[in-house]
Design a protein around this ligand. Structure first.
Ligand SMILES: [Ca+2]
Ligand SMILES: [Ca+2]
Length: 460
């Protein structure tokens, strides 16, 4: 049942996306900083400059305890002879407007904050005639409140205050922003609309990823002693077949040069630092031909399920893991090389978990030449803050008459290198992608403005 919800949410995407496919620019046309002006206002509270209508376009929201911009307030509240503020754009230009943002917050009692506001526009003169475009209802909440309107040509915008939240003394407003509508019938506007819609979809997809729970799942009770369930073996064979379900990142996120680190381990062979667990993530392997190189990690003694190494990523971040690469080559007899490794993940503590079983990785090959290579395992993407590698078998798998087939040497288990890669649907990478798209969108908007400035505006 849990799994159904994200699917249903995804199905509803196209409808939701198309309903809001009306892009606007990001330059606030009435901001004083952009040449916006207050043309006139019907009254100001006690004629006090602290409540001047200029406060509406100074780019500062009122913050409690701060007197820098108190907002504007009228000197009366009269629902018949209504108060109004008229705004104009830089160079007396005309724009097609598509969005308004109003913030009612002022330092006056919230009963005075504006509630119903009529938006009127004129393309002729500041004195009108004015056409009513829409009526907005503000919440009694100290936040910027956004209103999309049908694209409307305007040279002057007049806000007419119809009601407040219950005061007969004044009507008050903190800040006004007005944005240009982007004409989607021209090629540039159409491109902006498509990109904006794609980014919206990406953000929704990201939300689904978070809610849908790549992070959920069951806590496996596989202990260090435990064997591998048949389900796990089946999973490995299925996912080890080499068919990637999702794109895989190209950065080895567990490499020490990328901030990867050893969180815990069971033992070190003869307490020799050359066999330390840090050798699993040093990006180097041992070479028997030259008898040089990094030894790899080796345990002191081996019994299935007792030896382990726990790894983490830079800044202890949770990552969506999609691929693991193991290289068994180490400066040990190949009787000791790891043959089966159980991988567990946790988003909790590297000491206490809770641990979730990810996969059991079976290293291939009977002879050292076959085995001493990078072996890749694609896994079902799993969120992990820490990965624990539990060693379950070593050697080439020689079955001795009275021996445990998992144990070809009880002296040690060893491994040369571990690499971990992210599935590309990780939120981290999604954020990067969304950031890139947003930067393209922003460049497109700038380009569009530039193109409009270079051509004489047809409306002027
Ligand atoms: Ca302000
Ligand atoms: Ca190594």
């Amino acid at each position: 049942m849990k799994r159904l919800l994200p699917t249903l949410f995804l199905l509803s995407l196209p409808v939701a996306a198309s309903a809001q496919n009306r892009p606007t620019d990001t330059v606030d046309l009435v901001a004083k900083a952009n040449g916006g002006r207050v043309i006139s206002t019907t009254s100001t509270l006690d004629n006090d400059p602290a409540y001047s209508a200029d406060n509406l376009i100074d780019g500062k929201a009122f913050v409690a305890g701060d007197t820098k911009s108190r907002g504007w307030a009228s000197n009366k509240f009269d629902p018949i002879a209504r108060d109004a503020v008229t705004l104009g754009f830089a160079d007396n230009r005309q724009y097609t407007i598509g969005r308004l943002v109003l913030n009612p917050a002022t330092d006056l009692p919230p009963e005075r904050w504006a509630k119903d506001v009529e938006v009127q526009v004129s393309t002729d003169s500041a004195d009108g005639p004015y056409d009513t475009v829409t009526q907005l209802t503000l919440k009694q909440s100290a936040t910027p409140q956004e209103f999309s309107i049908l694209p409307t040509p305007a040279r002057f915008v007049r806000l007419v205050f119809r009601s407040n939240y219950g005061s007969d003394r004044a009507v008050a407003l903190g800040e006004v922003e007005v944005y240009e509508a982007i004409d989607t019938s021209d090629p540039m506007g159409g491109l902006i609309a498509r990109l904006e819609s794609a980014i919206t979809d990406l953000k929704r997809y990201k939300d689904v990823q978070i809610q849908g729970g790549n992070g959920g799942g069951q806590t496996a009770n596989a202990s260090l002693e435990g064997g591998v369930s048949s389900a796990t073996l089946q999973l490995v064979q299925l996912l080890g077949a080499g068919e990637a379900q999702v794109p895989i990142g190209s950065t080895n996120i567990v490499a020490s040069k990328n901030g990867g680190k050893v969180m815990a381990y069971s033992s070190i062979f003869d307490k020799d630092p050359q066999f330390g667990p840090d050798k699993l993530i040093d990006g180097a392997n041992f070479s028997f031909a030259d008898n040089t190189g990094s030894f790899g990690w080796s345990s002191q003694g081996f019994a299935p399920g007792r030896e382990y190494v726990t790894l983490g990523f830079a800044q202890d971040r949770t990552r969506l893991v999609g691929k693991i690469v193991l290289n068994p080559i180490s400066n040990q007899s190949d009787l000791r090389w790891a043959r089966r490794v159980l991988v567990q993940a946790t988003t909790g503590s590297f000491k206490d978990g809770p641990w979730k079983e990810v996969a059991a990785l079976n290293l291939k090959g009977k002879n050292p030449d076959e085995r001493g290579v990078n072996q890749e395992f694609l896994i079902r993407p799993v969120e992990a803050k820490y990965l624990r590698f539990i060693f379950q078998a070593n050697g080439p798998g020689i079955a001795l008459p009275d021996g445990d087939p998992n144990v070809n040497s009880d002296r040690a288990v060893s491994l040369g290198e571990i690499e971990v890669y992210e599935a590309a649907t990780s939120n981290n990478q999604l954020d990067v992608l969304i950031g890139k798209f947003n930067s393209v969108l922003s460049d497109l908007r700038i380009l569009r403005r530039k193109m409009q400035d270079d051509t004489p505006a047809p409306t002027e």
